[in-house]
Design a protein. Sequence first.
Length: 224
Amino acid sequence: MEFQEVVRKRRMHRRFTAEPVAAGAVDRMLRNAVRAPSAGFSQGWAFVVLDEREDRDRFWAAASPSSGGALPDGATAGEATDPGTSRSGRNMSAWLAGMRTAPVVVLVLTSKDAYLRRYAERDKGWEDRDESRWPVPYWHVDAGMASLLILQTAVDEGLGACFFGVPPRETPAVRAALGIPEEYEITGAIAVGHPATGGAAGSPTRRARKPLADLVHRGRFLPG
C-alpha cells in the first residue's frame, strides 16, 4: 500500500471480527515499531503482546476501572481517568465489549531510567541524571512514535487498530497481571484486529478536521 494511502486510511477501530490476525502481521508491526527514532538511540521501549485469549482476559480484567464500569466509548487516557466524564455506564460497557473483540492487544511500555542511563554516558555527559533536564518526557514521546508505526503497519496489513490509555489507578493491577517490572511505565495499549465496521467512528464523526491553514505557521506563529 502506498504511504499516502496508509496515512489517509488510518483511523481508530473499536470493534473487530472473529478473524485471527496472522502472526507474520504482528511480527511486522513490532519490527517496524522498533525502527522508530529515540533520543540518543536509547530505545527504552518494550512491548507486551497479548495474542492468547487467556492473556487478554487477564489484561481486561485488570485494566477495567475498579468502580465496576468499563472505559468509555472512544476512550483516551484522559477520558478514561476523568471523573467528570458525562459518558453513561451503558456506553462505557459498549466500548469495552467492542474492544474486547480484538484478537491482539499490544501494551507499549517505556523506561525513563533507560534514558537517564543513556544520557549519563560520556558522549552525552548528563552524569547527574537530573530529570529537570527533560521538560519533555522523551521516553513517552518515543514510545508514541513507535505506537504510530504499529498503527500504520496495521493499516498496511489490511487491519484496524486503536490506541488507548490504561487508567493510572488500574496500573498496579495490570502490572501484577502481566509481570511488568517497576522500571517500565505503561504509555498505552493498542488493540489490533480485522475491523468489524468501516469508516470513521467516535469523535471524528462529531468534530470536523481542522483546516491545515489554521494549524501551520510559516516563518513565525501568526494568531488566527
